[in-house]
Design a protein around this ligand. Structure first.
Ligand code: FMN
Length: 352
C-alpha cells in the first residue's frame, strides 16, 4: 500500500532543496524524528541519486522523498541573446576573468534515467516541481506503492494534478524560497500566499494538500493544518541546520542579515526564484538572460567561484520570506522543538 502523508507522526516535510542542501544525514534525521526527509535531485546523475538514497536508507528506516524537476523542451536561443546574456554577466566584477560559454544541448538531464535508481531503491514518496510527470511514471510509482506529489501555485494546477492521478498536491505560496513551481515559466501568476492557496485547494480537491512557504515554527505548522493542510513542507527552516549542505556563506547571510529581505530573480537560472537579496540580484535586474535551465548552466562557473571565495553576494541564496526566524541547530533538535511548538499550539486551539 502506498505511503500516506496522514500517517506521519509529525506532519512536517523537510523540503527538497536541489544543489547539495539535502545531505543523507539531514534527510535521515528528519525521518527518524517522525517527519519526512526529502532529497532535491533536480540536476543529479543517476549514480549520485543511487548513492544518496542508499546512504540515507542506512541511516533511517523512516520514509524518504525523492524530488525532481519537470524540465520543458527549450529551443536554442538566438546568438544575439546568447551574447547579450553573457555580456550582462561579464559586467559583474567577479566574472571578468571567467570563461562563460553558451550551454550546448542536451540542456537538461534525462528524467527516465534519473528515475531508474528510484524504481530500484523505492523511496516512500516521489515529488515533482514545474509540472506533471507522464502517465507512465505515475503508473510505475503506483505499482510500486510510491506516493506521488506535485507542486501547485494556483487552483488550475491543483486541479490538473488531481486529474492526472497524483496522490497529493504541494501548495507553494509566494512566501516560499527557491523556484516558483509554476507549470509554465512565463504564465500569469497570482502570487497567492501559502495559507490562502491551501484553503483554496483543500476545499476544492479531494487529494491531501501540503502547505509550503514561509512556515518556520510549530505554530506555523498548526496554522497550515488548521487551513486544511495534511502536512507542512519547510525548506528555509532546515537550511541552517548543522546537517544542511548549504554553503557557509548561505547560512551566514541567513543568520546575520535579518533585515535585507528577499527578492525574486530570473538571473541565476532563467526561471523565477526567491532568495536573499544580494549584489548579483540587484545588478542583474532587468538584464537579458537565457531561458531555464540554460541560464543556470551559464551562471554555474560564477556561482562556483563565489562559493570558493565564500562570497555571498554572487551566489544564489534561495530563501523564503520568513528566513529571519531560522534557528541554527541540529535537525533532530529542530524537529523536537517544532513538534513541541506544534502540540502546544494544537492544545491551546482545542482549549482556548
Ligand atoms: C534552497 C532551496 C532549494 C529548493 N529547491 C527545490 C527543489 O529542488 N525542488 C522543489 O520541489 N522545491 C525546491 N524548493 C522549494 C521548497 O520545496 C519549498 O517550496 C520551500 O522551501 C518552502 O518555503 P520556505 O523555504 O519558506 O520554507 C527549494 C527551496 C529552497 C529554499
Amino acid at each position: 500500500m502506498a505511503f500516506a502523508l496522514n500517517k506521519l507522526r509529525v506532519p512536517i516535510i523537510q523540503a527538497p532543496m536541489a544543489g547539495g542542501v539535502n545531505t543523507p544525514a539531514l534527510v535521515a534525521a528528519v525521518s527518524n524524528a517522525g517527519g519526512l526527509g526529502s532529497f532535491g535531485f533536480a540536476y543529479c546523475t543517476p549514480q549520485k541519486i543511487s548513492d544518496e538514497l542508499v546512504a540515507a536508507k542506512q541511516l533511517t528506516s523512516g520514509p524518504i522523498n525523492a524530488n525532481f524537476f519537470i524540465f520543458h523542451a527549450v529551443p536554442t536561443p538566438s546568438v544575439e541573446l546568447q551574447h547579450q546574456s553573457i555580456a550582462a554577466l561579464k559586467r559583474l566584477p567577479i566574472a571578468q576573468d571567467l570563461r562563460l560559454l553558451p550551454p550546448e544541448p542536451p540542456y537538461f538531464p534525462d528524467l527516465s534515467a534519473m528515475l531508474e535508481p528510484v524504481w530500484l531503491h523505492q523511496p516512500a514518496v516521489l515529488t515533482f516541481h514545474f509540472g506533471l510527470p507522464t502517465p507512465e511514471v505515475l503508473e510505475h510509482a503506483r505499482l510500486l506503492g510510491i506516493s506521488v506529489g506535485v507542486s501547485a501555485t494556483c487552483l488550475a494546477e491543483g486541479r490538473a494534478i488531481e486529474a492526472a492521478g497524483a496522490d497529493f498536491v504541494i501548495a507553494q505560496g509566494i512566501e516560499a524560497g527557491g523556484h516558483r513551481g509554476t507549470f509554465e515559466p512565463d504564465m500569469h501568476d497570482d502570487d497567492l500566499p501559502t495559507l490562502a492557496l491551501v484553503k483554496q485547494l483543500s476545499t476544492t480537491l479531494r487529494i491531501p494538500v501540503v502547505a509550503a512557504g514561509g512556515l518556520m515554527t510549530g505554530g506555523d505548522v498548526s496554522l497550515a493544518i488548521a487551513a486544511g493542510a495534511t502536512a507542512a513542507q519547510m525548506g528555509t527552516a532546515f537550511l541552517v541546520c548543522d546537517e544542511s549542505g548549504a554553503t557557509p556563506a548561505h547560512k551566514h547571510f541567513l543568520l546575520t542579515k535579518p533585515t535585507r529581505g528577499t527578492a525574486f530573480t530570473h538571473a541565476f537560472s532563467g526561471r523565477r526564484a526567491q532568495g536573499l537579496r544580494n549584489e548579483f540580484i540587484d545588478a542583474m535586474q532587468g538584464q537579458p538572460h537565457l531561458p531555464f535551465p540554460l541560464q543556470n548552466t551559464l551562471t554555474g562557473p560564477l556561482k562556483q567561484l563565489a562559493a570558493q571565495h565564500n562570497d555571498g553576494e554572487h551566489q544564489s541564496l534561495w530563501a523564503g520570506r520568513a528566513y529571519a526566524q531560522a534557528r541554527p541547530m541540529s535537525a533532530q533538535r529542530l524537529m523536537s522543538v517544532l513538534e513541541k511548538e506544534y502540540l502546544l499550539n494544537i492544545k491551546s486551539r482545542e482549549n482556548p
